[in-house]
Structure formats: C-alpha cells, structure tokens
Design a protein around this ligand. Structure first.
Ligand SMILES: C[S@@+](CC[C@H](N)C(=O)[O-])C[C@H]1O[C@@H](n2cnc3c(N)ncnc32)[C@H](O)[C@@H]1O
Length: 195
C-alpha cells in the first residue's frame, strides 16, 4: 500500500472511531526494558504504539511515518499521556528522511519492509546500539515481494553484528497473522585505535 492508501486507512478508521493498536510490540518492550533510556528512532511508526511506550519509559523518541493522519493520532495520544515524541512526516521510499549516522541508541522498524532502508538504519545505529526489526516473510511457495522477505534473508543483512534475538515464525502480535522475521542486533563497537 502506498502512503496515500495508508493515510486514507488511518483517516477512515479515525472517522468510524475504531481503535488502533495501543500495546507496544512485545519485542520492543522486552528489548528496551533491559536498556538505559537513550535516543530512539521509530521508522514507519504508524500511530506510535512503540514510540509512545518508549517515551513513557524515558526514551527521547523521534517517530517517522509517511501518513500524516497516523502522526496526528500519535500527537493526540502523546498530549493525552503527557509525553513528548518528535514526529516527522516523511516518505521513506522517496528518501525524505535522512537517518543521522552513528547517532541512535535504538532504532525500531516494525512491520515495515524497505530493503534499501536497512543499510541507513544500520549506519544510524551508534556503535554498541541496537537495531530491532520485525518484517513479514514468505510462507510456503510464495515468492519474496517488496513487503516480504525470504525466510533467512533478514539475518544476512547483519553479518558482523551481535545477534541478540533472531526468530522466524508466527507473530506474537494480535494485529498480525502472517509469518514474520524478528531481529535485534547490536552494532559492533568501533575497533580500538579507530576511535
Ligand atoms: C503496518 S504499519 C506499522 C506501524 C508501526 N510500525 C507498528 O508496528 O504499529 C506500516 C506503516 O508504514 C508506513 N509507511 C508505509 N510506506 C511508507 C513510506 N514510504 N514512508 C513512510 N512510512 C510509510 C505506513 O503509513 C504505516 O504507518
């Protein structure tokens, strides 16, 4: 679905008053609980279930999405919950958001696949910081698509990184049914002598 489709979807759900996912992705909560809060970037944040949860836990969060309706809902929730999340509307496919290199303690990309965003997200993670991704993968005889990786494909992007969590199978998320690949990986610290 393109940005316009997402925007319409968020707007129409808003109109009929349907609720959106509020609980954070379990993997985000599990991972962040063991970290000291720092700077977090949530790419393709949607209505901000993860961004808001992180902000509530003391993280300094920037949340990026292409759908302005999603960011509006996020902003309203943030006000209600009295937390601060910096929101950025940007079409990631069009490269409208530049991930600052070696800056973020934690980057999350949940239920959004853009293959050419993986490298910038890796570069944006500070040495020793974590990149967490949840993406859909193919099932059975399906061929990979723009929005689905092949099983085993996600880990190959993280050669040389410390893999803290690696899972493929049914998602542990009530909003999704199709198989996922999940990864939490730590960017290697700069080698001594290159600092
Ligand atoms: C399945 S939702 C996931 C939202 C959130 N990460 C979560 O797990 O609740 C995918 C999100 O990607 C956003 N998105 C899709 N294409 C995008 C693009 N080209 N640039 C920025 N955001 C995009 C949509 O607006 C939508 O909010």
């Amino acid at each position: 679905m393109d940005i316009k489709g997402w925007d319409n979807r968020y707007r129409s759900k808003e109109r009929v008053g349907e609720d959106f996912q509020i609980e954070p992705t379990k993997l985000v909560a599990q991972t962040a609980r063991s970290l000291s809060p720092g700077k977090a970037l949530d790419l393709a944040c949607g209505t901000g279930r993860n961004a808001l949860w992180l902000a509530q836990k003391g993280w300094n969060v920037t949340a990026v999405d292409g759908a302005s309706a999603a960011l509006q809902i996020l902003g309203e929730r943030a006000r209600k919950e009295n937390v601060n999340v910096e929101t950025v509307r940007a079409d990631l496919q069009k490269g409208e958001y530049n991930v600052t290199p070696s800056y973020w303690d934690l980057i999350t990309v949940c239920y959004y696949l853009q293959r050419d965003l993986i490298e910038p997200a890796k570069n944006g993670t500070r040495p020793g910081g974590l990149l967490l991704m949840v993406v859909h993968i193919t099932e059975g005889d399906e061929q990979p698509t723009e929005s689905r990786l092949r099983p085993g494909e996600l880990t190959r992007y993280f050669t040389g990184w410390e893999i803290l969590h690696n899972y493929e199978g049914k998602p542990d998320d009530p909003a999704h049914r199709r198989a996922v690949a999940e990864i939490v990986a730590r960017r290697p610290s700069a080698p001594i002598g290159s600092r």
